[in-house]
Design a protein around this ligand. Structure first.
Ligand code: ATP
Ligand code: MG
Length: 398
């Protein structure tokens, strides 16, 4: 029976003075994720790791919650012994191996850490004593001190801890240690993954969705909200800006060559996104683009899109194949929602043969056709921005 968890983190260990900021952020995120699930938990820092002690929790649910915390690289379930008597420790070590290993034919090593220096046995004496009882109980096991298959950790503190297994954590850096950025979130597979990847480096997210009613349905909008809900389980609170893009799209459709629609539309998306980002102190834009995936993502198209704004645009999927992106979206939990068939605003207005090698000067010339009304339409789109606040997987009604 596991009563506790030891969480390991990597990169934040090396950040000098910032280390405390990072550790405190991590502790507070661990607490926040645990608050959502059943059980009472105490979270503390010990020696470059985080220790979570709990009662009344479900094991799988707790592991799942801890696996959503950016910055944690490994989670070890820990058995906490009530007694510090040598005989009790030896008996518990044997019981631990019996309970946690079905096939008992591996090599192992005991590694004792004596945090309580007053404890009467040294760590080497403890290694030897525990190793011996385990060998006696399970003769098919053998000790390998250099390259053991299993490392059985024993920690001597106020209580005794035993652990040997580690499940993978989310990795990355604790949320909120690296500013906020604005994710262009569509209903597709890519953009939720892009947001997740940047957020995993400690960046908090807001999002913007360009909606085109009545050409896109309420279900398409709901799909984006659902994706934001899934993403928020990892990234915390998201302000989702829903921008009504219909009039701008129709105006571009009316005034510009149809093979340039996608590029011009994307340039306006970037401009509106940049405006929202600057208004809200967001430090960059994030998109799910990947080189060559579709016509609007050739190098020349990206060159034209990028020209429309001055904020940094982060494209974490730029070199990824579709299957790699799908794999991450499954892990992230957005795949099932992303593949629902509701149209997004781009598919409605796509030309049959979009330019794949747009020329920026020609695109800019075409945009001049929009001079008469575009500023007004832009302002209206911004003014009618609907902000939906999403946190911990839910829409917050405030
Ligand atoms: P995704 O799977 O993320 O929808 P995609 O492969 O469909 O991407 P595009 O439609 O070319 O590619 O969009 C490229 C990127 O532009 C998206 O990843 C997203 O960041 C942004 N984007 C596209 N459409 C919208 C939209 N309606 N609202 C907000 N952002 C959008
Ligand atoms: Mg899309």
């Amino acid at each position: 029976m596991f009563q506790a968890f030891l969480l390991k983190y990597a990169e934040i260990g090396v950040k000098g003075k910032n280390r405390y900021v990072f550790e405190d952020a991590l502790v507070s995120h661990v607490k926040k994720h645990l608050r959502r699930i059943t059980g009472e938990f105490k979270v503390s820092k010990i020696n470059g790791r985080i220790f979570v002690e709990g009662t009344g929790f479900d094991f799988d649910e707790t592991i799942d919650a801890l696996q959503h915390v950016f910055g944690v690289i490994g989670i070890s379930p820990v058995e906490v012994l009530e007694s510090r008597e040598k005989d009790d420790i030896l008996r518990s070590a044997v019981e631990y191996v019996a309970a946690n290993y079905e096939k008992r034919d591996f090599s192992f090593k005991v590694d004792t850490r004596r945090a309580d220096k007053k404890y009467p046995m040294t760590s080497m004496e403890m290694d030897a004593a525990v190793g011996e009882v385990i060998l006696n109980a399970f003769p098919e096991l053998h000790v390998d001190v250099h390259n053991p298959q299993e490392l059985i950790h024993l920690e001597i503190r106020e209580k005794i801890y035993i652990y040997s297994k580690t499940v993978k954590g989310a990795g990355g850096l604790p949320l909120g240690t690296n500013g906020r950025a604005l994710l262009l979130l569509s209903g597709g597979i890519d953009s939720p993954v892009a947001g997740y990847m940047v957020s995993r480096r400690g960046v908090e997210l807001d999002a913007v969705y360009f909606n085109a009613p009545p050409y896109t349905s309420d279900r398409a909008k709901q799909k984006v909200i659902d994706l934001a809900r899934e993403v928020s389980k990892w990234t915390g609170r998201i302000n989702l800006h829903v921008i009504n893009f219909t009039d701008i799209q129709l105006y571009i459709y009316e005034k510009c060559p149809h093979d340039e629609l996608t590029i011009i539309m994307r340039r306006y998306m970037m401009r509106i996104a940049e405006h929202i980002a600057r208004e809200n102190d967001l430090l960059g834009l994030i998109t799910g683009e990947s080189i060559g995936q579709v016509a609007s993502q050739t190098m020349k198209s990206l060159f034209c899109t990028d020209d429309a704004c001055t904020l940094p645009v982060y494209r974490p999927l730029i070199g990824f194949d579709k299957q790699d992106i799908i794999d991450i979206s499954e892990k992230l939990g957005t795949y099932e929602t992303s593949i629902l068939p509701y149209e997004d605003c781009c598919t409605i207005f796509v030309a049959k043969h979009p330019v794949t090698k747009p020329n920026l000067n020609i695109i800019k010339a075409s945009e001049k056709n929009l001079a008469e009304k575009i500023d007004e339409l832009f302002a209206t789109a911004i003014d009618t921005d609907e902000v939906i606040v999403i946190e911990d997987g839910n829409v917050k009604t405030e």
